[in-house]
Design a protein around this ligand. Structure first.
Ligand code: SAM
Length: 246
């Protein structure tokens, strides 16, 4: 169910820990989103579901790239975004007052589109499409359902009472697993394989789809080294889809 920004399970400290607990994965993910953002000049850019904005701050510090607007519903996370000086809209992607042809790039990083109810996904991507200028891009970065990380996270999500101990050496430090506190998983509720999103994007009218993937190792070894993204979507535990408006 779509969030109202309250009682969404997000906690500031717990959320920010995810970026530091697996530093090489965080770095690989940053390289993935930067590679996706720069298949063209990003231009006027909207980030949807930025959490605490740690990624946006890293893009700013590392590459001098500043996102123009951020949509973020979480009352727990919005103060962190604002303290970093970002221009924010408190609300959800479905309700944002998009204006036609006003952005060159719209991106959902870290699976944030997976929080949009399935029945609203195509209409929301259609709103994104209309808000893009010709040649503009929609970027979706995700943990694919079919990846090894996706399979175990989805299992925990569907079985919240499962004994997590046997999963420790697979998932320690992964986003939102939170073994230590035994907390309720707050990762995305809606999971689909990449071809599902390809079909939705094509129905909306997007063309020239490109794919980049990273963190190709199995879960236990994912933080061992930093990886640069490679083309494709069939191996990565993190995948970016780049779709263009003609
Ligand atoms: C998994 S976090 C990703 C955070 C960040 N982009 C990253 O990569 O670390 C998902 C984010 O999407 C936000 N979100 C949830 N539902 C949303 C919606 N309907 N519209 C926009 N953002 C949403 C959540 O509040 C959260 O900040």
């Amino acid at each position: 169910m779509t969030t109202d920004g309250k009682n969404d399970g997000f906690e500031l400290d717990r959320f920010e820990r995810h970026y530091t607990e697996r530093p090489n994965v965080t770095e690989s993910r940053l390289r993935l989103i930067w590679a996706a953002l720069t298949t063209k000049l990003p231009g006027r850019t909207l980030s949807i579901g930025a959490g605490t904005g740690d990624v946006e701050a890293a893009l700013r510090d590392r590459f001098g790239f500043t996102v123009d607007t951020i949509i973020e519903p979480s009352e727990a996370l919005l103060p962190a975004l604002r303290s970093k000086g970002f221009n924010t809209y408190a609300g959800i992607a479905e309700d944002y007052p998009y204006e036609p042809q006003t952005f060159d790039t719209i991106y959902y990083n870290g699976s944030s589109f997976g929080f949009i109810d399935d029945e609203n996904l195509e209409s929301t991507f259609t709103k994104n499409y209309e808000a893009l200028r010709p040649g503009g891009r929609l970027i979706l970065s995700d943990v694919p359902k079919e990846s090894s990380l996706g399979i175990v996270l989805l299992t925990i999500l569907n079985h919240p009472d499962i004994d997590r101990e046997p999963y420790r050496d697979l998932l320690k430090g992964t986003a939102f697993f939170d073994l230590a506190d035994g907390g309720v998983p707050t990762y995305k509720p809606n999971w689909h394989v990449i071809p599902y999103y390809i079909d939705v994007l094509k129905r909306v009218g997007f063309t020239n789809l490109q794919f980049k993937q990273t963190v190709l190792a199995n879960t236990t070894y994912q933080d061992d080294t930093v990886e640069d993204p490679v083309p494709g979507y069939d191996k990565g535990n993190y995948v970016a889809i780049i779709a263009e408006k003609a």
